[in-house]
Design a protein around this ligand. Sequence first.
Ligand code: NDP
Length: 445
Amino acid sequence: MSYIEEILDLVKRRNPAEYEFHQAVDEVLQSLEPVMEKHPEYREARILERLVEPERVLMFRVPWLSDKGDFEVNRGFRIQFNSAIGPYKGGLRFHPTVNLGIMKFLAFEQIFKNSLTTLAMGGGKGGSDFDPKGKSNNEVMRFCQSFMTELCRHIGPDTDVPAGDIGVGAREIGFMYGQYKRIMNEFTGVLTGKALRWGGSLIRPEATGYGCVYLAQEMLKTRKETFEGKVCVVSGSGNVAQYTVKKLLELGAKPVTLSDSNGFVYDSKGIDLKKLEFAMELKNIRRGRIKEYADKFGAEYHDGKRPWSIPCKAAFPSATQNEIDEKDAETLVKNGCTVVGEGANMPTTPEGIDVFLKANILYGPGKAANAGGVATSGLEMSQNAMRLSWPAEEVDKRLKQIMVSIHDAAAKAAADYGFPGNYVMGANIAGFVKVAEAMMDQGHV
Ligand code: NDP
């Protein structure tokens, strides 16, 4: 058994049934073989053994009262995985599928993603198995207040700064921030994704989707191509999907799909700005189903399906983990897809990733492709610390610079280690080395 296999075995034995966590660790560690060969000092200092063990795992009860007066109980999490290069930073996810393994996979990914942004942020993630869907505003507020009543003692602007993720948008961040302020009696940048009126950053809502397209644009440049006229398939219809579509339209591409957990819409005429506005109002305000888009604009609706069978040049999975399997990846490649930008975290299964890499398409893994969200959260933290706000152009310029530097760092690391064009190897290696060096500097902690 190789050293890397030994560590993977240890992770599986120590964390049984945490399948998504195993998958995330496996993907990163498989990339690190050449790094460990080049740096025997990392093995001596047991960097990998320490890296796969979270610094702290918080799991707590979240009791709340429904509108009917029933007692409800959910489970809350915060994983403070690695603080070698900065305070823990990562989103909160509210979704019924949330469990310890999913939280740990997301927090583990976040370590390398945050490292790639060039900003000083460690890796963390949290959330709850609470489902905001179908709940009233008051129920969501009571849940958020109860969640923060416990979480507030573990976080802080220099300790751990949560943000949004699936099921946690501006509304939830507002309710949680209000409760933090009330209990701690301080107005600080303890959460990002705040509303503009009280400490948020311009471009933060747009950042993940825009950043993902910027990274894909950089990948395309290496083949002297642009987005002009390219048909794009996008999954999801939440924050990331919406702003991916918006940026694609700006660059002259033709996005044709959106989806939610019930199915997907295929608009062969293309989703234009007006139709996107309808989808945003539908999802962000009325909190309805994407099927309504098909009914309104006469587009196709495919119940219970994902959009990967639609022929396209570029695909942007922007909903959830493991939404592209081997067969989907084969279909995409067969139909002429040459670019994949992962807005979502770990949306492609390991078998699917193999298909993309073997086909030598431009495959931008989530760690690199969706890092624009957390990078702009980092910019929100800087603005909060300085108590000022930058104009949208300034934030967007910085976001773009960061995405270009992520692309270049991943491309360079891949080439340096003998895997040119492999952004999976590149992103994992570049993200890891910075964290490993910081851990070496800080002694055996
Ligand atoms: P939202 O909650 O705004 O939207 C999520 C979208 O994905 C919705 O359309 C939702 O459908 C759909 N979806 C969620 N779970 C599933 C599922 N199990 N099967 C099918 N569809 C599903 O979340 P975001 O847009 O913020 O996040 C999307 C992805 O991007 C996640 O993987 C997240 O971790 C990642 N990400 C987000 C960042 C951010 O800044 N927001 C930053 C980096 C990564 P429905 O409406 O039916 O719930």
